[in-house]
Structure formats: structure tokens, C-alpha cells
Design a protein around this ligand. Structure first.
Ligand code: RB5
Length: 151
């Protein structure tokens, strides 16, 4: 499976301590393929608070500095909740490649969230590749996505 041909904007990364290993794994995969990234932390496995890293990544995605984002915490739940407080962010917690496919094709997700404590590297890789390689289908899904922001 090939990784998508992405060079335009850096991919934004963020995690807490429980997602740190997954974030480092994703960073390694991207770096090995020459894909630019920007790492918003955390930078070690020392205990920390996921919103401190979710919000800077969310701002970068909303402002168009990074696209897409990849984030991780222990379950993926806390960091997803924090990311999705931002109107311009559609963060999708994905645990299988099929969920990642649908998050891109139907929801135009702009941040992939991975559970740091629940999946092995092989599955993380498959999900990452699927997310990065799947385009948004648009059409009826575009209408639905356009109704998501709260006014
Ligand atoms: C940290 O222990 C853990 O609570 C956090 O990573 C995340 O799973 C919260 O949703």
C-alpha cells in the first residue's frame, strides 16, 4: 500500500503522553517518505493534558497552516472532544481502515485521531494510509458537512 503523495502543507501532529508512541510512529512513517510534518507535542511520555496539544493543532488546521492533522491520546476520546470544539475541525476517531475510509469519503475529516493504547503499529499504519489516500466524495455528503458548524 502506498502512502499518499502529499507535499503541499505539513501534516500536523499532536498527542498527550498516552498517544506519544503512536505520534512518534506516525512521524517516523511520514519522515521516511519525505512528507512534511509539524509536531505540536507532547515531546515525551511524561504525564500531561491532551487539550494543551489539541488546541494548537486545531488552530493550525483551521488556519490552513497544516493539512491534515493526526492526533492521539490513550483512547482517542479526550483529544477528539477537544479538537472538535473548533468549528473548522472535523476530527474522526478511527480504529479500523474502514472507519478511516468513511471518515474521509463521507465526513471530509481533516484530523485523524488514533487510540494510543488500544492498537498495534500494523493497524495504525493501515488506518493512516487509508485516511491519507481517501478523497472526499462530496455530493450529498458535502451538503451534510456544510451543516455541521454551529452558527
Ligand atoms: C490519559 O491517561 C488518558 O486519560 C488520555 O490519554 C485519554 O485517553 C483521554 O481521553
Amino acid at each position: 500500500m502506498s502512502l499518499f503523495d502529499h507535499t503541499e502543507k505539513p501534516i500536523g501532529l499532536a498527542s498527550d503522553h498516552a498517544g506519544y508512541r503512536v505520534k512518534q510512529f506516525v512521524a517516523r512513517v511520514l519522515e521516511e517518505r519525505g512528507i512534511p510534518l509539524r509536531d505540536f507535542g507532547t515531546y515525551s511520555e511524561e504525564s500531561c493534558d491532551y487539550p494543551d496539544f489539541a488546541h494548537p493543532l486545531a488552530h493550525a488546521v483551521e488556519e490552513g497552516v497544516c493539512y491534515p492533522g493526526v492526533a492521539s491520546c490513550g483512547t482517542g476520546t479526550g483529544i477528539s472532544i477537544a479538537l472538535n470544539k473548533h468549528q473548522g475541525v472535523r476530527a474522526a476517531l478511527c480504529w479500523t481502515p474502514e472507519v478511516a475510509f468513511l471518515a474521509r469519503a463521507h465526513n471530509d475529516a481533516n484530523v485523524l485521531v488514533l487510540p494510543g493504547r488500544l492498537l498495534g503499529e500494523e493497524k495504525i499504519y493501515e488506518i493512516l494510509v487509508m485516511f491519507l489516500n481517501t478523497p472526499f466524495e462530496g455530493g450529498r455528503h458535502g451538503r451534510r458537512v456544510s451543516k455541521i458548524p454551529c452558527r
